[in-house]
Design a protein around this ligand. Structure first.
Ligand SMILES: Cc1cc2nc3c(=O)[nH]c(=O)nc-3n(C[C@H](O)[C@H](O)[C@H](O)COP(=O)(O)OP(=O)(O)OC[C@H]3O[C@@H](n4cnc5c(N)ncnc54)[C@H](O)[C@@H]3O)c2cc1C
Length: 804
């Protein structure tokens, strides 16, 4: 609609006419939002979408990301029948080969995940792989996984089909219409300015690919998206590629390969990509490519020549170089922004935009219409990044590594090496002195374990830090350890209506007296976890919320979303102002006493109070995330080094995150992002003790309904029989020969001397599950174990005084 005037008002405006914009518009229209419009500054697909290799491989690292692509596959194969426009869907499957033992383990772990997620996948021998891909040199191939449902599509035809389907339902598309400004009022988006006039709207879907960071800036939203150059080589026809072939993934060689009009398409995710400043790609960058760079591609070319001897004589047609956007963790952004209501993001597709686009557009449309995705998509929640990652410097450092990691073996505990030291904890110097190995979480550098001699090599076997973590657990168990919990998000909720507000937002009873510590959840109206947290009531009108490290932006946005103008409540992010030290272990009291902490010994479990430690004011709470007696001590960040030093001098031993995690799993303390998510309810999780049924909290009606029908899940502990088993989490659990659930967290349990996992099981498979025998597929090896419904380790750790 080039000549037609824009409407003055539309309920939703989609910006960007690539796969994400077209799919979102289609799904909005399909959901009945027929006045939605799409604005594209050039022509549809003219950004990254037109030159995509457009492979569609279903399996992702999580069930729900995989579900999005499964949805795409169904949609892409069905759209032609619906719209009359072909999508170019070719279902030839995909083959992932392994040429090293660790890659084989990784590939078999992927296969096990596929089984758990309902994606068809078969482990095949090197010989069978060669039969499926005769042009490949399979001399060094140890094995492969065959996925028959995968395929590819023609991205331009796909977008044509989606927009045809959208138009048929009333949606309108305006090409050559660039958005130049985004209008907000009281923190909400209200309209746009474009090169063809203004449009008022209730919601915006930002689908502008690599231009999204600058566009989000127009709405006051900080966005961590930055492009890299992305390459594939095309050859002229070669013998053996006359017919369609499966997609061949040679991840050790950083390559993906398929046929293309009788020749070969050889693409790469090289170990370190080339970032590009999007400012270099002007407003008129449409249907354009970047210059070939054979020097950069050469190592990949060598790998390709090894894998495909036919390339020795093949004629090269071109080295295609197109820009594609990446985010700091390799997953895309989908959902409402933290900063501006009604401003929804569907961008940063990390080179899987065409595969994911069908499902992601559906999910984004669902978010816009219902305020939440159709199922938990925390891996894509834009609020998972602190603003520190949105700087050009951090992004330009990080995204080339993200591109490279796309094909890297997913070893447990792997970390990014770039864009580090963005956020240092107040005790960073102390932990460095103690020899900490750091890991990055929400930008923070957290000590994983202490006394690290050198950078450990990656392994799927027993980790190099196994003994050290065991020593830290031993300290907490037999003496006292000091854990740094300072990365907790801390939110002060203050005002005359603080109690009433929190009583509505939190599922537990928040009407306790000042001094109370309350474990609770913020639930959505479906009864699922938006956050699990502890709350300290500081006074009648002040509560401090302690939320997960990566949850503070999301939780603040959630809380703001529940506030109504009549509430006399203010919210303050105090995360950086305070540190939290976990002093845990039977000698905690003996250590704190001479420093002035004697009064804390009278605190009952789940109570908190003020004291002085080493002459500095602290607030200590009697609770424990590790199953040993102790306090979580909140102290001003500026005072933390002195309190820490005094506690260490008095005999506490520093301990890191891995020890804490091992202990939490033994104690069956559940964690967001592992066992808990927005689809899990306290009833599924067995946390109904934290539900105050008499309070009128958000989610209560849904929970009441579930009490009648029964929960869908059950969280259990698995104790492995073989002490040498190394479960990592995310493995299928077989019960009576069928997959009954999946591990969510795993570790060695040092206090019970056994490998352990927490697992979410389907409720129908869990009748009489206590003590049931299960088998867990750990990378193709089945490890047997026994189920317990409670904690693997349940000490009587609450009796602080008796233990000292
Ligand atoms: C070489 C290469 C190979 C790839 N291979 C695959 C693959 O095999 N499988 C796969 O799934 N993915 C692949 N990808 C990635 C995939 O192509 C992208 O993830 C996807 O196309 C991104 O789509 P998008 O809609 O987010 O962005 P885009 O397609 O870039 O669309 C964004 C649109 O926004 C428009 N726009 C920008 N600013 C404005 C404004 N101010 N006003 C209005 N409109 C605006 C642009 O003009 C553009 O059309 C590949 C990418 C490359 C580069």
């Amino acid at each position: 609609m080039i000549g037609e005037d824009l409407p003055g008002q539309a309920s939703v405006v989609v910006i960007g006419g690539g796969i994400m914009g077209c799919s979102t518009l289609y799904h909005l229209a399909r959901a009945g939002i027929s006045d939605a419009i799409l604005l594209e500054r050039n022509k549809l697909t003219s950004g990254t979408t037109w030159h995509s290799a457009a492979q569609v491989r279903a399996l992702r690292s999580s069930r729900n990301l995989t579900n999005l692509i499964k949805y795409s596959i169904d949609l892409y194969s069905a759209l032609e029948a619906e719209t009359g426009q072909a999508t170019g869907w070719i279902n030839k499957g995909s083959l992932s080969i392994a040429t090293s033992q660790d890659r084989l383990t990784h590939t078999l772990r992927q296969k096990a995940l596929a089984d758990a997620f309902g994606v068809e996948a078969t482990a095949v021998s090197s010989g069978e792989a060669k039969e499926r891909w005769p042009l490949m040199n399979a001399d060094d191939v140890l094995g492969a996984v065959w996925s028959p449902d995968d395929g590819r599509v023609n991205p331009s035809d796909l977008c044509a089909a989606l927009t045809k389907g959208a138009r048929a339902r009333g949606a309108r598309i305006y090409e050559e219409t660039a958005v130049t400004a985004i209008k907000t009022k009281d923190g909400r988006v209200v309209g746009l300015e474009t090169t063809r006039g203004k449009v008022g709207c209730d919601a915006v879907a930002l689908c502008t690919g690599l231009w999204s960071r600058r566009m989000a800036d127009l709405a006051g939203v900080s966005l961590p998206v930055w492009p890299c150059e992305h390459f594939f080589m095309l050859t002229k026809p070669v013998p053996g590629a006359e017919h369609h072939l499966p997609t061949l993934s040679d991840h050790d060689g950083h390559l993906y390969i398929r046929d293309e009009v009788g020749g070969l398409l050889v693409g790469c995710f090289e170990p370190f990509g080339k970032p590009i400043d999007p400012g270099r790609l002007g407003e008129d960058f449409a249907f354009q490519l970047l210059p070939e760079d054979w020097d950069h591609f050469e190592p990949m070319m060598m790998n390709a020549l090894h894998r495909l001897p036919v390339l020795e004589t093949a004629e090269v047609r071109m080295l295609l170089n197109g820009p594609e956007s990446f985010t700091p963790d390799g997953s895309f952004l989908l959902g409402e922004s933290a900063e501006t209501r009604g401003f929804f993001l569907g961008c940063g597709m990390n080179s899987v935009g065409v595969a994911t686009g069908g499902g992601a557009g559906m999910a984004l449309a669902h978010c816009i219409q219902h305020g939440h995705p159709p199922f938990d998509l925390q891996e894509a929640d834009p609020k998972r990044f602190p603003d520190h990652f949105s700087s050009v410097e951090a992004l330009a450092q990080r995204v080339p590594e993200v591109l490279g990691k796309h094909y890297e073996i997913a070893y447990p505990g792997r970390q990014f090496g770039t864009a580090r030291d963005l956020r240092l904890m107040p005790l960073h110097r102390e932990w460095r002195k103690a020899g900490a190995q750091f890991g990055q979480f929400y930008g923070w550098e957290r000590p994983l374990y202490l006394d690290a001699k050198n950078e450990p090599g990656p392994t799927f076997g027993r980790s190099p830090w196994f003994e050290q973590v065991g020593r830290e657990v031993e300290q907490a168990h037999r003496s006292a350890a000091l854990f740094d919990l300072s990365t907790f998000g801390k939110i002060l909720v203050e005002g005359p209506d603080a109690e009433a507000f929190l009583d509505r937002v939190c599922a537990n009873d928040m009407k306790r007296s000042p001094g109370a510590v309350i474990y609770t959840a913020m639930l959505n109206p479906r009864g699922g976890f938006e956050s699990d947290l502890t709350v300290q009531r500081l006074s009648d009108e002040r509560y401090r919320l302690y939320v997960g490290t990566g949850a503070v932006k999301k939780d603040l946005a959630w809380l703001r979303g529940q506030l109504d103008p009549r509430h006399r409540v203010s919210l303050t992010d105090e995360t950086e102002s305070y540190s939290v030290l976990g002093l845990m272990g039977p000698k905690a009291a003996a250590i704190a006493r001479p420093l002035g902490g004697g009064a804390l010994e009278d605190l009952k479990f789940f109570r908190q109070g003020e004291a002085e430690l080493a002459g500095l004011p602290v607030r200590a709470a009697r609770l424990s995330y590790v199953g040993e007696a102790g306090w979580e001590i909140t102290v001003k960040s500026a005072d933390a080094p002195r309190v820490c030093e005094a506690l260490l001098d008095a005999g506490a031993a520093p301990a890191g995150l891995y020890a804490q995690t091992a202990m939490r799993i033994e104690k069956r303390f559940l964690a967001m992002g592992h066992e808990l998510d927005s689809d899990m309810t306290p009833l599924d999780a067995g946390l109904d003790f934290s539900v105050a049924w008499d309070s009128d909290f958000i989610g209560r009606d849904a929970l009441r309904r579930i009490t009648e029908t029964g929960p869908l899940h059950r969280v259990v502990t698995i104790l492995f029989d073989d002490e040498a088993a190394v479960p990592l989490g995310n493995e299928p659990v077989y019960l009576d020969g069928e997959i009954g659930g999946q591990t969510t967290s795993a570790s060695f349990g040092y206090r019970v001397r056994r490998p352990l996992a927490l697992a979410v099981m389907r409720a129908e498979s869990t009748d009489a599950i206590e003590n049931a025998k299960v088998s867990v597929d750990i990378g193709g090896t089945f490890a047997s174990g026994r189920v317990v419904l409670g904690a693997a380790y349940d000490p009587d750790g609450h009796r602080l005084k008796a233990a000292t």
